[in-house]
Write a protein that binds this ligand. Sequence first.
Ligand code: ATP
Ligand code: MG
Length: 399
Amino acid sequence: MKLPPQPWQARAGAKRILAALGADTRIVGGAVRDALLGIEVADVDLATRLKPEAVVKTLEAAGIKAVPTGIAHGTITAVSDGGIFEVTTLRRDVSTNGRHAEVAFSEDWQEDASRRDFTINALYADPATGEIFDYFGGLDDLKDRRVRFIGDPLKRIAEDHLRILRFFRFHARFGGEPHPESLEACATRANDLMALSRERIRDELLKLLCVADPLPTLRLMLERGILVPVFPEIEAARLADLDRLVSIERALGQPCAALRRLAALLPADAALLDDVAARLRLSNVERKRLVTTADRLTKIPATPLPLAYRIGADSAADRLLLAAHQPDDIAEPLKTLAAWQEPRLPISGRDLIALGVPAGPEVSRLLLRVEDMWVEDGFPPDREAVLELARQALASSAR
Ligand code: ATP
Ligand code: MG
């Protein structure tokens, strides 16, 4: 089995990087795995026997920008017109505690392979010849789309608990029968997840939610109690809601938003969503987006734009998608939303003062009123028309 030449390898920048790093460097991990599955490769990881300092020197001598993104762990990012490449020196674990690993550099490919998580993630390819190096039966597992730990699953989970979630994420993506012993180990050690940082849990979970069809894996995770330690509030009964959302998104070609999918799995309860957002250490913008989903639409509005103006286009799309029963319910409103550019109210408080409103709190009160009228009228862009609305508002407030 050989890795056929990859489209990204044809780009001048990629060629320069691979030529500079030479025979001591191989393509590894997702870039090999996904290419063999015929999936488009997103980012490319390279493994090398060169030490990090040598990687930097070699790249710079070839006129390639080398960013020491994780030099302590052996990772240099090579940036060139062909894209971004993470170049990591071969490593072995010196010590692990479930959350962090201390590593030492190595020159041995198999040693480097053995510290990777799953057999399908430990495939290496020679960039010049396409020759594949498979130390743990990854090609067989890939053929069956089976996610299997390298070595003893319980030991590998004890080294790094995040691998439990990674196991399910890759299973969700590739979909074969899970390797029984690996699955058992994940179920047995589910409580270990509590020792991980919230940020790491969040990143894996959100990635898992955005695979093409996360349903079968989520069902399996719920059955095996994997989510209980981090997400006791997710109930199997809600999987049907997520299922509907996923199929509507797919039918309408709507890109995945992980927080929307998460919202589908949780009760529509602002306090609870706020709590989940805090637990996952979401940013303020993300938190707001999640909490905003608590307010569910009871009816699809004729135009989504007033809603979009008030809560933002993303949140408006969330509400439409969460409320729809079938794609047709929201196809038009979503199109309208996608083409929409947020307008700006073409007048300000100063204009109201010029119309005779005394400076003070009355100005902002009236401005809000005018804004409401402007939104209701479909956002007329014309200043004169809006000044006319302001005069009407002023007249009715004087009455
Ligand atoms: P993706 O397409 O999701 O990025 P990937 O295989 O590139 O898939 P990454 O998380 O980017 O996954 O990691 C790159 C590689 O590093 C993996 O293929 C795997 O070999 C190794 N790896 C990453 N995280 C771990 C971990 N927690 N334990 C062991 N090996 C890991
Ligand atoms: Mg990757």
